[in-house]
Design a protein around this ligand. Sequence first.
Ligand code: NI
Ligand code: MN
Length: 241
Amino acid sequence: LCAGYHRAMQKLAITWLGHSTFLVRTPGGKRLLFDPWLRENPACPDSMKKPPQADVILVSHGHGDHMDDLILCARESGATVVGMYELCDWLGRKGLQNVEPMNRGGSLQVAGLTLTMTDARHSSGFIDNGQMVYMGEAAGFVIRLEDQRTIYFAGDTALFSEMQLIGDRYNPEIAFLPIGDRFTMDPVDAARACQMLGVRLVVPMHWGTFPILTGTPEELKRLVEPKGIQVLELKPGETAE
Ligand code: NI
Ligand code: MN
């Protein structure tokens, strides 16, 4: 690759909006919004509760703390929504047109990026008009960036042994992993996940939003830093490049 190509690429930027909601600016300048939950998200700073500009919205599963603001954000930004088939079907019935359904094991191209849907061990239902609606199954994503590097967003999940396979197959450098416990992995399992994935940097999520989410980045640091894995601990609203 020529030097000009490298100069045209920006640094990857990660903004945490609290809980599992992130904005990622790719090296090619595309804006990815993960699991949008803003207005009722107690961890989201007031100044960031408006739908952000986005090119692609990725939704891991149908729980309210991952998609309560999905339709609003998609309408405001015009972004392409990528998610599980059944979830996208429901979005289509709600009138959202720019949706790209997929399923685990498959990949698609959007905004110059390759997105692969991975397994996640969790559930997926959304309360719509007082009824629990089936949203398919929970998933994670591997994103191949413009510079060919990959990142892995686990969504809500337990530790599962195929994370080793995700590491071997896609070689992610950064993993976004839940650490709060109760509904997902705790820091002990997240530390094992880091090793199975072979990542150099882990971004903890799904912690601290409510008192029942007890896992902390400090616990994760104690476990992974001796193994040379860095923990990117952001405050809600903060951006790291
Ligand atoms: Ni969930
Ligand atoms: Mn959740």
